[in-house]
Design a protein around this ligand. Structure first.
Ligand SMILES: Cc1ncc(COP(=O)(O)O)c(C=O)c1O
Length: 393
């Protein structure tokens, strides 16, 4: 008999009742150190008092009105995003997948309105993840995601991540956009070198192609800059954001330049819930904390500390771990044993990590974890690795 919840997830046999900062608690009070943060979502930790305050304050006033009316918090959040990024304009969604859908539509509509309706091609990359809608799976293109769901949305070309020669050869007169994650998340914490991102920007400038960055996982302070592309000193034309921007409340956004967004006139796109008062009240509170130089400097400092400690872990357990990669507090440990075994050994030591592609475990902790939390994380990960070496995981 089918489960009453559609069985599309492989869930761990764990349920949490309460959270506080980097900690999650089961009903019997057992504490787990959460280095996954709901897959890079709880950017400011669980039950953060500032976010709880913003949400409950708004919940007592007004939940939903729809986009038929003005939403002052939505306006405020858009202004904050525009003030702190390359963008001139923002559309709010409820998830990263919806942001992917709009990014694709926006790029195609741009060329349609410029009198080039056949310029619909989008170049994307192997190992990418952009969500699970029919458009987003076509964009990522991996067999695992698309098998059985055809016919797929046409127009996508897939190239090896970071293969600049293949990219230069692939961009042509029908290419509307290049879509890329500056750091692949689900793909296994694979950062694109800054020089490659700069070369992609230059290629887009030469050919007029739009650059769409998917910063759903690597954005909102995760790498130690507000957005990961800032490390390369470039800006996209269109950017997808979600996860951390809502700190746990479902919220996403597409940010764009005025030029890239020029086709998206009244009636071309919409959402019942996107940018609702609850999500945007929380989003404003999140942005006020994260888009602060001192906060981001701390993310960089703690990211460097965590990375250094993880290098030590790899050196101590070379049969379990191969290398550390990533940036800021978006770090991956490439494993020599199956990554699922490492995640399970972590459960036994009450530390939560997230499996990713390329046999990596991802560490995506709340950005405001403390040095003490990092020390605790390392001792738990060390014990988890020792379990695997001892064969009793
Ligand atoms: C880079 C990236 N893009 C898009 C998505 C899809 O976001 P959501 O699950 O909020 O729809 C994800 C989710 O993991 C992601 O990591």
């Amino acid at each position: 008999m089918i489960a009453s919840v559609l069985p599309t997830y492989n869930r761990a046999p764990l349920a949490f009742e309460r959270g506080e900062g980097v900690w999650l608690f089961t009903a019997d009070g057992t504490a787990y150190l959460d280095l996954g943060a709901g897959i890079a979502v709880n950017a400011l930790g669980h039950a953060n008092p500032v976010l709880v305050g913003a949400l409950t304050e708004q919940a007592g006033r007004l939940w939903h009105v729809s986009n038929l009316y003005q939403i002052p918090h939505q306006q405020r959040l858009a202004d904050l995003l525009v003030a702190n990024t390359f963008a001139d304009t923002v559309f709010f969604t409820n998830s990263g997948t919806e942001a992917a859908e709009l990014a694709i539509k926006m790029a195609r509509k741009y060329w349609y309105d410029k009198g080039q309706p056949d310029r619909t091609g989008i170049i994307a990359f192997e190992g990418a993840f952009h969500g699970r809608s029919t458009g987003a799976i076509a964009a990522a293109g991996s067999e695992k995601m698309v098998k059985g769901f055809g016919p797929l949305m046409p127009g996508f070309t897939h190239l090896p991540y970071g293969d600049m020669a293949a990219l230069k050869a692939a961009v042509g007169p029908q290419t509307a956009a290049i879509l890329i994650e500056p750091v692949q998340g689900e793909g296994g914490i694979r950062p694109l070198p800054d020089a490659d991102l700069r070369a992609i920007r230059a290629l887009c400038d030469e050919t007029g192609t739009l650059l769409i960055l998917d910063e759903v996982q690597c954005g909102m302070g995760r790498t130690g800059r507000l957005f990961a592309h800032e490390w390369a000193g470039i800006a996209p034309d269109i950017m997808m954001v979600a996860k951390g921007i809502g700190g746990g409340f479902p919220l996403g956004a597409v940010l764009a330049t005025e030029n890239a967004a020029s086709g998206m006139t009244a009636g071309t796109h919409g959402s019942t819930y996107g940018g609702n008062p609850l999500g945007c009240a929380v989003g404003c509170a999140v942005m006020e904390v994260i888009a602060d130089d001192a906060f981001l400097a701390e993310v960089r400092r703690k990211g460097a500390l965590l990375r250094q400690r993880l290098e030590g872990l790899v050196a101590t357990h070379p049969r379990v771990f191969e290398e550390v990669r990533g940036q800021g507090l978006m770090l991956g440990l490439k494993c020599r044993v199956p990554n699922g075994d490492v995640v399970n050994a972590g459960y036994a030591e009450r530390v939560l990590t997230v499996a990713g592609g390329d046999n990596v475990i991802r560490l995506l902790p709340p950005l405001n974890l403390t040095d003490g939390d990092i020390a605790e994380a390392l001792s738990r990960l060390d014990r988890a690795a020792a379990r695997l070496e001892g064969g009793d995981a």
